[in-house]
Design a protein around this ligand. Structure first.
Ligand SMILES: [Zn+2]
Length: 248
């Protein structure tokens, strides 16, 4: 009887291992590159070849700051942030990834974008110590309608990979507005005045903030937030974003 129990125990152990291996194998085979369908991936959705082919901005000549590039510098003449880090222009595959994420609810793309942003961030030589991540908030009503905030989901993935503290509740959007698409910069700035607030629960902020958004177009939204953060004593702001809409 004692022996039978031992055999049954071993059988269960073997079965458990077998199913665990099947699950791992299924997960591995499910991982395939978004772009070329290769199974040899460096991230569950991307292979090394396609990673090397991504139209990423080069930081080699710009001291790890896109604002040092005259063409980008002139896009943001009145800015309240010191550094701009962006993965790529708003072109393929980033435009499609952001559309699929937002409208097809492909949340797994948040992890891919967070991974790519973390890879970019970690290439920086001078790592700051007193730093935290904030993401551009949306109004609670919009969050409830849509069910998610894409900037928050990307910030969460970025935080998981870099381990930089993420103050997810620090910023609130206090005014509700319909989409800003198609509005002029002047009108956007007017609508954005007093649109955000810092949570009462936040006593002090670190001297360096990474402000994360999915796409930067006119920069009005991030700039409004940066002004608010500077009033609260923040000294250095890095705007970190997936894509940048460049003028035609
Ligand atoms: Zn690929």
């Amino acid at each position: 009887m004692e022996l039978d129990n031992k055999i049954v125990g071993q059988l269960f152990t073997h079965l458990h291992r077998y199913f665990a291996e099947c699950l791992t194998l299924t997960r591995q085979t499910m991982s395939e590159c978004e772009l070329c369908k290769s199974a040899h991936v460096i991230h569950p959705l991307l292979c090394q070849y396609c990673y090397d082919d991504l139209p990423l901005f080069s930081y080699q000549h710009f001291g790890f700051n896109l604002l040092n590039w005259p063409a980008i510098d002139k896009l943001f003449p009145q800015r309240s942030f010191e550094q701009l880090l962006c993965l790529a222009p708003y072109i393929a595959p980033f435009d499609q990834w952001l559309i699929d994420f937002k409208y097809q609810k492909r949340f797994e793309l948040a992890d891919l974008l967070g991974y790519l942003l973390a890879e970019l961030w970690q290439k920086q030589v001078n790592k700051q110590q007193d730093v935290a991540i904030l993401s551009v908030p949306i109004h609670l009503k919009k969050w409830q309608q849509r069910g998610f905030n894409q900037a928050h989901l990307i910030a969460r993935a970025f935080n998981r990979r870099t381990k930089i503290p993420y103050l997810r509740q620090a910023l609130r959007r206090t005014t509700y507005s319909k989409s800003q698409v198609g509005q002029s910069g002047k009108l956007r700035r007017k609508l954005l005045k007093n649109a955000f607030a810092l949570s009462e629960e936040v006593d002090t902020l670190p001297s360096h903030i990474i402000l994360l958004d999915d796409v930067i177009t006119t920069g009005s939204t991030v700039n409004t937030l940066c002004k608010l953060l500077k009033l609260k004593g923040v000294k250095h702001i890095t705007v970190l974003t997936v894509a940048l809409t460049l003028p035609k």
